[in-house]
Ligand binder design. Structure first.
Ligand code: UD1
Ligand code: CA
Length: 457
């Protein structure tokens, strides 16, 4: 009788490579795609396919990367590969560091961010059925430096040949290796022991275990996915290609979920952007990480949002900047050249022109006039400004925090408000206007006389 005990699943993420082609002081896998470091894409993928353990191989020269991984996965989840002798050597380093691993293992490369969970699940299923090794492959438009998948007559996978070691005929093969490979732990590690570095790069290739498995009489299976899902990032150009592939995927998903993008190719999303149906996004809008937009919102052209929540019925922009902690209530109006940060705006509040609202709150229905500034910083600390519901702040006012404006209060234009304002009061804090009748006539004639005297000299 077959038992139904689930097999333990382990993900080993390879991230120790030098990443020379990035020409960066930062480890390659710390570079971001759609606002998320590539290593986090891999870790999130492993977690999303129910891996019981996720382990990352780093090099000793990447202390920041190790700290980043341990902060996410806990202590004891990083293996150090002393020297970067190839992907096969990296998996061996994992085995040495973690001792015996049982169940199924999937190897993920830390420089391949856009792999879909269903692809990895299919590999696990292939191996948990009867494949010796499962490899995620794709049809490459330009196979370039990718390893080529050499198939046997029975549609199983014979071996993987690296581009640098391939013959012209093998290089013509367009079915390529994504770098994702799964196998039973005991089998995979036993095969790895037999890998040598007798090849063009003098490296221990993980990919060599495929040919070894086949010559032992095993059957390897290929799962095919879209090329855009498995773009490997080795250079800044490929980083840009991966970002572009993400944007294309995200734009389609967002539109499919009921959002209108007037010029999709000019709107840039983050990995985690959420937008509700019937929202309209105009051209040239950039979403940084942590943005959630509810349904029926309008985001007008040239706005930038980050760490913000916008509630339904709100209109934002054009040219608005919503920074982290902006909590925009229902039906709020945020107009051109308005910046918000760490501020809560109640239902129907309006800040329509040229203003900064940082650290505090604006009550429901309040109107913040053009050019109003929340002066939140005294050079050392940040302070809060709270404007009550229904209050009216006249244009060009400075609210010097900490300060509170009561519900329904009026602030005269051009005021510098340094003290709290009571509910329903009028507060004006500027020099009183004076008037001198006929002053301009006297002034002009005296100036004219002066000019005539000097020109006659
Ligand atoms: C690799 C595959 C190739 C595949 C391609 C997909 C091998 C030998 N080749 O080539 O078949 O088409 O990925 O993108 O596996 N790494 C280590 N330690 C090392 C070397 C590499 O941890 O000693 C890590 C790197 O950090 C990287 C990953 O392994 O995340 C892949 O290494 P990389 O050098 O980029 O391999 P490719 O040449 O791209
Ligand atoms: Ca690579």
């Amino acid at each position: 009788m077959a038992t139904n005990i689930p097999t333990a699943r382990t993900a080993i993420i390879l991230a120790a490579g030098k990443g020379m082609r990035m020409k960066s002081a930062m480890p390659k896998v710390m570079h971001a795609v759609a606002g998320k470091a590539m290593i986090d894409w891999s870790i999130d993928l492993a977690l999303s396919v129910e891996c019981d353990r996720t382990l990352v191989v780093c090099s000793p020269g990447q202390p920041d990367l190790k700290a980043h991984v341990e902060a996410r996965l806990g202590p004891g989840t990083v293996a150090l590969q002393e020297r970067q002798l190839g992907t096969g050597d990296a998996v061996r380093a994992a085995r040495q560091a973690f001792g015996s691993l049982s169940g199924t293992v999937v190897v993920l490369y830390g420089d391949t961010p856009l792999i879909r969970p269903e692809s990895v699940r299919s590999l696990f299923e292939a191996v948990e059925a009867d494949a010796t090794l499962g490899v995620l492959g794709f049809e490459a438009a330009e196979p370039g430096g990718y390893g080529r998948l050499i198939m046997a007559g029975d549609a199983s996978l014979s071996r993987i040949i690296e581009a640098k070691d391939a013959t012209a005929e093998e290089r013509a093969v367009t079915l390529c290796n994504s770098g994702v490979m799964a196998g039973r732990a005991d089998k995979l590690f036993a095969l790895l022991e037999r890998v040598t570095n007798d090849n063009a790069k003098g490296e221990f290739y993980l990919t060599d275990i495929v040919g070894l498995a086949k010559s032992d009489g095993g059957t390897n299976q290929v799962v095919v996915c879209e090329e855009a899902d498995v773009l490997g990032v080795n250079s800044r150009i490929q980083l840009a290609e991966a970002n572009a592939a993400f944007q294309a995927r995200k734009r389609s998903n967002i539109m499919a979920s009921g959002v209108t993008l007037l010029a999709p190719e000019t709107v840039f999303f983050s990995h985690d952007t959420e937008i509700g149906p019937d929202t309209i996004v105009e051209p040239n809008v950039v979403f940084g990480p942590g943005v959630k937009i509810d349904e029926n919102v309008q985001i007008k052209a040239f706005s930038q949002l980050e760490g913000a929540h916008v509630s339904s019925g709100a209109v934002v922009g054009p040219y608005a900047r919503l920074r982290p902690g902006s909590e925009i209530g229902p039906d709020v109006r945020i107009g051109n050249f308005v910046e918000t940060k760490n501020v809560r705006l109640g239902q129907g509040a309006k800040i329509n022109h040229l203003s900064y609202a940082g650290d505090g709150s604006v009550g429901a229905g309040a109107n913040i006039g053009a050019g109003t500034i929340f002066c939140n910083y005294d050079g050392f600390e940040k302070h809060e400004t709270h404007v009550g519901a229904g209050a009216f702040v006249g244009s060009n006012s400075a609210l010097v925090a900490p300060v509170r404006v009561g519900d329904g209060a009026y602030i005269g234009s051009g005021s510098v408000i340094t003290k709290d304002v009571s509910a329903d009061a009028l507060s004006v804090a500027r020099a009183r206007q004076i008037e001198r009748a006929g002053w301009a006539v006297t002034y002009r004639s005296s100036m004219q006389a002066k000019k005539e005297n000097t020109s006659g000299e």
